[in-house]
Design a protein around this ligand. Structure first.
Ligand code: G3P
Length: 217
């Protein structure tokens, strides 16, 4: 399973790079706005930091302009994945861009029907928004299961990228259901890592080691 970082803050990426966990990055217009930085600068810097896919979302909503913006974003670096919304225009642009060899991450997916269309349009990734479905009383993880089942049954190459992750259980459940990728906010990455018993255990080992009066070097 691949971990992408869901952030537009470069510092988040630099902090976690040494862990080996960062297989890619996803951004979106809201994350870019929160960063307070120029979109194209952020994408270029992120593409220099990692080899994996960096998702950069178009702003346009019509096919022609989506194509123009997508091609412009793809020129930044070979590891740019153009992010397109799951609309008729977005899927037409997806088909055109993937035919040109550009990676496409189809975003704002909320149903298996939509995911089926994204795969048929040649999407590299499809992003079902788990957290936003949970937020309105639906079962986001059930959608991940449904899509993974359909994609496996029909050997679609599109990768299921679990998105809108709110807490560690979303990551675990996405892994259990066979999602290819989870795009995880840095905060949730830290929540995955920490356990009070680990912290307590390190404290005890350290104090008992000190009592031996020994040193390893
Ligand atoms: O970046 C795509 C997705 O992960 C964002 O989801 O619900 O946290 O805005 P959300």
């Amino acid at each position: 399973m691949k971990f992408f970082l869901d952030t537009a803050h470069i510092e988040d990426v630099k902090e976690l790079l040494p862990t080996g966990w960062v297989d890619g990055i996803t951004t979106n217009p809201s994350l870019i706005a929160a960063s307070g930085r120029k979109f194209l600068d952020v994408i270029a810097e992120m593409c220099d930091l990692i080899e994996g896919p960096v998702s950069a979302e178009v702003a346009a909503t019509d096919y022609a302009m989506m194509l123009t913006e997508g091609r412009h974003l793809a020129k930044i670096s070979g590891n740019v994945a153009v992010k397109l919304p799951l609309t008729m225009d977005g899927l037409k642009a997806c088909y055109a861009l993937t035919q040109e060899g550009t990676m496409v991450n189809v975003t704002l997916c909320f149903s298996a029907a939509q995911a089926l269309l994204a795969a048929k349009a040649g999407a590299t990734f499809v992003s079902p928004f788990v957290g936003r479905l949970d937020d309105v009383g639906h079962d986001g993880m059930a959608l991940i299961q449904e899509i993974c089942q359909i994609y496996a049954m029909h050997s679609f190459d599109t990768e299921v990228l679990a998105a809108s992750i709110r807490h560690p259980q979303h990551v675990i459940q996405a892994a259990q259901r066979g999602a290819d990728v989870a795009t995880i906010p840095p905060k949730v990455i830290h929540q995955l890592l920490h356990h009070p018993l680990t912290d307590k255990g390190v404290e005890l080992f350290t104090s008992d080691w000190k009592k031996t009066g020994q040193s390893i070097l």
